[in-house]
Design a protein around this ligand. Structure first.
Ligand code: HEM
Length: 526
């Protein structure tokens, strides 16, 4: 007994000593590094706490580093000592430093991203993989989202947008207030499922099990501040998530198996019909890489890889796109002159008969490429309201940061390329809180012109968003089908918390979702 006690006491003394040794050496790393005031015992945790307390409790944590930078007048980059809560960070708020990390060196994705995304998309997701495995999966993903494949989907995207317009029409007749994000998310899920899986899950009008599973999984993500860093403390939620994951996986595996067993489709004269759905193109690409030209044994590993990628595109794609559409509606509702210019552009390109717009676009999808002003509006929305704040990368011993003649370590830090801070920076985007689509239309020597590498809502470099083209196409189509028919307004029914005067601030969902899903009212255009 005596010996056991002695061993227990000695172990706890040794563990405490190790903890304090780690604490002191860790905190000392920050002595000469730029950053906000540093506490010898707590590092920057009190600063994080202070900034979090100054914002609404459900504000998306992607904004924290930006507000720390503003509050402490920090420069192009700074360090945050957040151990033991999470990895300590090198926060990058400058386009050129961001380019160094993501475009020039393309540092590996960091651990934070796997922690947050794994419950949604599995262990083998393109979003979190690195090295050769990532390269292989990315090659599999690219063809399904290339512009040539997407062109084939435009008629169906238009059909989904027409159903969405019909749903808004019902709301316009009722004059009710409804959560806009929920409707937009459903139309986008439908589009994603068509493009990725070649299924019409009728997400806008029926409760397909896949739609329900996807929405439920997103809603089960823990959103409290600490839950982003620590394991989910709610065992019931963890169980629900695991059960829902099994259901979603089963649905997707069945779809993939059906596609594998599906006979080749051929034309009357026996030629193979070119495939354009992601699931088929991904299967083809996997086959090519496996070298035998045919999927033979469907191994559990293969199915895990496929399921993970399908979930990745659906989760990475639907939430971010839906949130973007909501913020476009929001900005246009309070900028009537900009809205009038968008409508005028649609009239000019598609004619003034709104009911013919769908057929005209279907007959000539290239018309969407002519909508320069609409594109500028979408880009400005993504600048101000990026659904994903940036990229977490592992620092590298071999590649420190050179800045103004000095060298700074990137290792052992998580390099957080903070696109949110870059795109809301006064020095990079004059009047960052103003909504100015003309930033994207002025010549390079204009004071408003966007500096190189500064607009990065889809990130840049080899790991830029695989769905960028698709996100832009579906957003344009939805705007065309809706804006000339309806006036949309944000309709919070009660006063409540705000961020920088914004009632519709970004909260944490899978990406950055508008507060309370954007309560909205729709009326027929006056
Ligand atoms: C407005 C809509 C969207 C925005 C703002 C957006 C933004 C981003 C950003 C910032 C990243 C990089 C994340 C990081 O480095 O950790 C990313 C990656 C990714 N996005 Fe998107 N995205 C959007 C829509 C989509 C769509 C529609 C898809 C579906 C195809 C998609 C699929 C992906 C995938 C698979 C990755 C991981 C790429 C890789 O690591 O190689 N995204 N997205």
């Amino acid at each position: 007994m005596g010996i056991k006690l002695y061993i227990a006491a000695a172990t706890s003394v040794a563990l405490t000593a190790m903890f304090f040794y780690k604490l002191i050496t860790h905190r000392r790393m920050f002595r000469n590094l730029p950053g906000p005031p540093h506490h010898w015992l707590f590092g920057h945790l009190p600063i994080m706490g202070k900034i979090a307390a100054s914002l609404p409790p459900d504000a998306n944590p992607q904004a924290y580093a930006h507000y720390i930078r503003k509050e402490y007048k920090l420069g192009e980059f700074f360090y945050l000592d957040l151990w033991p809560l999470t990895e300590s960070q090198l926060v990058c708020c400058d386009p050129e430093i961001a380019a160094y990390i993501t475009q020039v060196k393309n540092f590996d994705k960091g651990a934070m991203i796997s922690k947050f995304m794994e419950p949604l998309v599995g262990k083998k997701s393109v979003v979190a993989l690195n090295g050769a495995e990532w390269k292989m999966v990315r090659r599999v993903l690219n063809p399904g989202f290339a512009t040539s494949a997407l062109q084939q989907h435009i008629p169906n995207i238009i059909n989904d947008a027409c159903i969405f317009a019909g749903i808004l029409e019902e709301h316009a007749k009722k004059g009710d207030v409804f959560p806009m994000e929920e409707h937009v998310a459903r139309v986008i899920i439908n589009i994603m499922c068509r493009v990725a899986l070649d299924i019409d899950c009728k997400a806008q009008t029926e409760d397909h099990p896949l739609t329900a599973g996807i929405r439920m999984q997103a809603d089960l993500q823990p959103v409290a501040l600490l839950a982003r860093y620590l394991p989910d403390p709610n065992p019931y939620r963890r169980w629900l998530r695991a059960r829902n994951t099994k259901r979603i996986n089963k649905l997707i595996v069945n779809i993939v198996q059906d596609r594998i067993n599906k006979p080749e489709t051929v034309t009357a004269d026996g030629k193979k019909i070119k495939k354009h759905h992601f699931v088929d193109l991904a299967l083809e690409a996997f086959n090519e890489q496996s070298g035998d030209g045919k999927v033979t044994g469907i191994s559990p590993q293969f199915l895990e890889m496929m399921t993970s990628q399908i979930k990745s595109v659906i989760f990475a794609g639907h939430d971010s796109s839906a949130n973007t559409v909501c913020y476009v509606f929001h900005e246009l509702s309070r900028h009537p002159k900009i809205l009038a210019k968008v409508r005028a552009e649609h009239d000019e390109i598609l004619g003034t008969d709104i009911d013919k717009a769908a057929d005209i676009m279907k007959a000539n999808p290239a018309l969407l490429n002519k909508m320069d002003y609409t594109l500028a509006v979408i880009k400005e929305t993504l600048r101000k309201w990026p659904p994903i704040a940036g990229s977490y990368r592992f620092g590298s011993k071999e590649h420190p940061l050179s800045h103004n003649g000095n060298t700074y370590p990137t290792y052992p830090f998580a390099c957080y390329v903070n696109d949110y801070a870059i795109m809301r920076s006064e020095e990079v985007f004059p009047e960052p809180l103003a909504f100015k689509p003309e930033r994207f239309l002025v010549p390079d020597d204009h004071p408003l012109a966007v500096p190189k590498n500064a607009w990065r809502p889809f990130e840049k470099g080899p790991r830029f968003c695989v769905g960028e083209a698709m996100a832009l196409i579906q957003t344009k189509v939805l705007l065309v089908m809706v804006l000339r028919k309806f006036d949309i307004s944000v309709a919070y029914e009660h006063p409540g918390p705000e961020m920088e005067g914004e009632r519709m601030y970004q909260t944490l969902h899978v990406t950055a979702k508008p507060k309370d899903s954007m309560p909205a009212r729709v009326s027929f255009r006056k």
